[in-house]
Design a protein around this ligand. Structure first.
Ligand code: ZN
Length: 157
């Protein structure tokens, strides 16, 4: 029986919760399952590692440290920028916006300065995942060359 290993394409249903509060931050339950090429940094590091060797139908639960998930919270990634830099956009607390340096969240809006945070929203968080393996297949040569899965649930070209 096929097991999850490098250069397989895995399809999984998952629910991610914050162990501290029990809050669900993401789940595939109400949508299509997630398909990804294993061993090509498609997923956060700990996620793949914990699924290695699992087979179809198996349910796996694990908790990752922040380091194995979205990384530690970096205080240098929080910056104050002049409100004029937002141009026509009126910044509001909680907004996520794109910039040349990647996405950031608005965490505080003052009269002249706006505090923005380039950390991932889940940086610094330990994360618990409940994962059910739906399908496993060998990746094609093309998928391995591209570094991502093709077909339903994967990238389309
Ligand atoms: Zn491709």
């Amino acid at each position: 029986m096929t097991k999850i290993e490098n250069n397989t394409v895995a399809t999984v249903h998952y629910t991610g919760t914050l162990p501290k509060s029990g809050e669900i931050f993401d789940s595939s339950k109400d949508r299509d399952p997630l398909t990804f090429l294993v061993g090509h940094k498609q997923m956060i590091p700990g996620f793949e590692r914990e699924l290695m060797g699992a087979s179809v139908g198996e349910k796996v639960e694990f908790t990752l440290s922040a380091e194995d998930a979205y990384g530690e919270h970096n205080p240098d990634a929080i910056q104050k920028v002049p409100v004029e830099m937002f141009g026509e956009i009126k910044p509001e607390t909680g907004m996520t916006l794109m910039s040349d340096m990647g996405p950031f969240r608005v965490t505080e809006v003052g009269d002249e300065l706006v505090t923005v945070d380039f950390n991932h929203a889940l940086a610094g968080e330990s994360l618990t995942f409940n994962v059910e393996i739906v399908e496993i297949r060998d990746a094609t040569e093309e998928e391995i060359a591209h570094g991502h899965a093709h077909g339903p649930g994967g990238h389309h070209h």
